[in-house]
Each structure stands twice: as C-alpha cells, then as structure tokens.
Design a protein around this ligand. Structure first.
Ligand code: FCB
Length: 437
C-alpha cells in the first residue's frame, strides 16, 4: 500500500505550551530569547492544533490521504525528559491516534522533531551521551501506550539539520555555534535512534523508520578542489547519517573532523539495528565549491537558473529522482523501502479578494515532485509521499513568515482555509485511489 500523507511537527502546530502539564522544551526557551526568531515569533499558540485537532483530522479525511506524519512532544509525555510520566500528554496523542484511525488515516508519529525537553538541555542536550538513553526510555513509554494502534513509527527527524542548525551554527534551538565541535550530536542522536528502535520493538511496535534530510550534492566544477569539497559536504549532510544506519559504519570523516572519542564498542551495532524503511525529506540539491577560507572545508554556492520558493530555495523536482536513484546506487540491497516523509514549498499565500488562495506555484511544485517519485519508482522501492505541510505553521527561525500549507491559516483568527493546491491534491488522490490502512 502506497502511503499518501501530509506532515507536521508538534512545536510547529500544537500551541498550548502550558496545557496539561507539558514541560518546557528548548524551542520554548529559544523563541523567548530576544532576536532568535524573525519578529520574535514563538510557538505559544501556533495553529492551536492541540485544541483544534478534530478539525485538522477532518481536513485530512476530506483531502483523501491515507497517512499522517505528526510528531509527539517529548515534554508533554515526560515533562522533565525522564522519570515522571504525564498521563494527560499521552492521552492527547491517544485521542489523536484514535481520531485518525476512525477517519481511515494511518498515524505515523515521529518521536523527536527537535523539541528536546529543556531539563535535558540543562544536562548538555545531545552533546551528552546520556540523552540517547533517555530518548529510548521515552520511546518505550509512548510505544507501551500506542503501539497496539500505530502501524509505523519514526524515531528522529533530520538529525543533520538539528545538529547543524541547532548546535553547529546556532540558528535553531538550542542556539549553540560549535561548528564542527558539534559532531558528537550526530553520534548521540544516532545512538538514541538505535536504542529507541530496540525499545519500540520490545514494546510491540510494528514498522520503524528514521527520517533523514538528504540533498543531492552538485560539485561546482570537475576540478579536484571542487570535487573534494563536494565530497566533504556529501559526507557531512548525507553519509554521516545514512551510512551508520544502513552499513553499520561511519564514512571517512577526515575532511570534517573525528568521532573517535565518542564512539564506543557496540554503538554501531545498535545504530544499525535493521529498519523497516528509510524516511527522507527532500527540498533541494546543494551546489558546492572549494573552500573560501579556513572556516569550512567547502562553500555552499547556491543554485541559480531555477525558480525559487519564498524561502529562496531552488525548485528542482528532478533532484528528488536523482536523490532516490542515488540512494539505491550507493546502498543497493542495504537500502530498505524508502518513504518521502517531507516535500513541499513556501509561498506568500495570501487570500485574494474573494477569500480563496490560488497557489498555482505549489501545484506545479507538487506535480513535478510527485512525477519525479513515479519516475524513480521504476528502479527504487518507494512506498510513500508526505507533503510538508498540512497547515501553514511556525517555521522555526522564520516564525510565521514562511507558509508551507495545503491549508491556509489566519494566525489572528486561526481560521483554516484550504488552498487551490488542496483541491488539486484531492483530485490527484482520487485518481490514485489510496487504500485505507
Ligand atoms: C524541514 C523540517 C520541517 C520544516 C521544513 C520546511 O527541515 O523538518 O519541520 O521546517 O523543513
């Protein structure tokens, strides 16, 4: 059964940050520090999905998707990240799962979409190896409650982006700018992933995946310097996270640093615990040239000659075909079924005079990328495609300025209005006839 879905994340949509015993997460802390997000936006209210989820499930039922990827807020379930469980937090996700199943939609929860409990950040966050074990504890608590009804789990969302933006450059929570000294964050997330896979399975979970952000890397030229720089970037962004999981070993890291001091005997066996699928999030390729100075071993040159989204990201649908076929070429039989767990674009979608939102750019974007998936599927086992996102939402450092939704949200009234792309996708799905889970 091919999964057609939409994707969201807890901090980006839920709001209700103080309801029902929820503990603070690093995103609560970060967004309340001056200058961290555009216009000081926070997720305090977001889309108020915590209270309006029945309306959002109904929107997905009308859309005709058969799967929904959402994330669980660790600090709703374990307000301090470990120890005391908050039953009201679990009750919320229990209601959501039942609501989805009643609507014929498979719930696909992600356990960690960047919102680490602040209490665990106070212990050093993912720089501290202990967090990997706390993550497995949390995975077990959630699975014991939900595994009887959840068909598919995702451990982490984009450990590369969390490491690079959160700990490398400091533009996301927890706001640390450690550059390559942030590499332990990669290993501890991967170890946490492996431990969580084992904990989930022990609690009866059926299918388990991880979601990695992947990008095809385009060298700026065929020169040795550009090729070496592209290789370094590919190692950092893609292979650092895919190789240990799929091959049980790290790639050659010498261009970007070393993990020798943090990797312990047995870790890679845990990290490479077999999975039922690999989730990949694709937004665009990356063009890389030789280093401009000593700070980084590569330069991100940007891509010209393509349309761009409101974020300025290049629109390259064929990059998704290139990515999927490239994964198959690199990993061969070690590549499990692949699910595109995020793909989408931001636009300045404002209602026209008649109140409708005619987002033709998003329709072209989705059409092109779904076609790329269909082309790749001739040689790669692709089993799902999830649009980022169901709703306009809190886009991290950009606040509410980047709108990715199939459904427009008025952030003053919280009113939801399906855009033209929603109607387009509904028609597309009617033709594809998605089966219920
Ligand atoms: C991805 C994130 C997701 C969203 C999109 C636009 O990197 O996983 O939460 O912000 O980008």
């Amino acid at each position: 059964m091919f999964l057609w879905g939409t994707a969201t994340a807890a901090y980006q949509i839920e709001g209700a940050v103080k309801d029902d015993g929820r503990g603070a997460s690093i995103w609560d802390t970060f967004t309340h520090e001056p200058g961290r997000t555009r216009d000081g936006h926070t997720g305090d209210v977001a889309c108020d999905h915590y209270h309006r989820w029945p309306e959002d499930v109904a929107l997905m039922a009308d859309l005709g998707v058969n799967a929904y990827r959402f994330s669980i807020a660790w600090s709703r379930v374990l307000p301090l990240g470990t120890g005391q469980v908050e039953p009201r937090g679990l009750d919320f996700y229990d209601r959501l799962v039942d609501g989805l199943l009643a609507a014929g939609i498979a719930p696909v929860p992600t356990l960690f979409h960047w919102d680490l409990p602040q209490a665990l950040q106070d212990l050093g966050g993912w720089m501290n190896r202990d967090i990997s074990y706390y993550f497995a504890e949390y995975a077990a608590v959630v699975a014991e409650r939900l595994a009887d009804r959840v068909p598919m789990w995702i451990t982490l969302n984009e450990p590369f982006v969390h490491m690079a933006f959160g700990y490398g450059m400091g533009v996301h929570a927890p706001g640390q700018a450690l550059l390559f000294d942030a590499l332990p964050v990669a290993h501890h997330q991967l170890l946490g992933h492996g431990l969580a896979v084992q904990a989930l399975r022990a609690a009866g979970a059926r299918q388990v995946l991880i979601t990695n952000n992947c990008t095809p890397v385009w060298p700026a030229s065929g020169s040795a310097e550009d090729l070496a720089a592209a290789d370094a970037y590919d190692t950092l962004h893609n292979r650092l996270f895919n190789d240990p999981i799929l091959l049980g070993e790290y790639p050659d890291l010498k261009a970007i640093g070393a993990l020798d001091d943090v990797v312990r005997d047995g870790d890679l066996a845990v990290i490479s615990t077999p999975l039922d699928g690999l989730g990949i999030n694709y937004y665009n390729p990356t063009r890389i040239g030789a280093p401009a100075d000593d700070a980084l071993p590569f330069t991100d040159l940007g891509i010209t000659g393509y349309p761009t989204t409101a974020f300025g990201w290049p629109v390259v649908p064929d990059g998704l075909r290139e990515l999927l076929t490239g994964l198959h070429a690199r990993y061969g039989a070690a590549l499990p079924p692949v699910y595109v767990t995020e793909n989408g674009c931001s636009q300045e979608d404002l209602p026209g005079p008649d109140g409708t939102i005619d987002d033709q750019g998003r329709i072209a974007f989705l059409d092109g990328h779904i076609t790329a998936v269909e082309q790749a599927a001739a040689g790669v086992d692709v089993r799902g495609y999830f649009v980022w996102s169901l709703l306009d939402n809190f886009e991290w450092a950009e606040g509410y300025h980047q709108r990715f939704g199939l459904v427009h949200v008025d952030f003053d009234t919280l009113r939801r209005t399906p855009k033209a792309s929603y109607a387009w996708l509904r028609d597309r799905l009617t033709a594809a006839k998605p089966q219920s889970p």
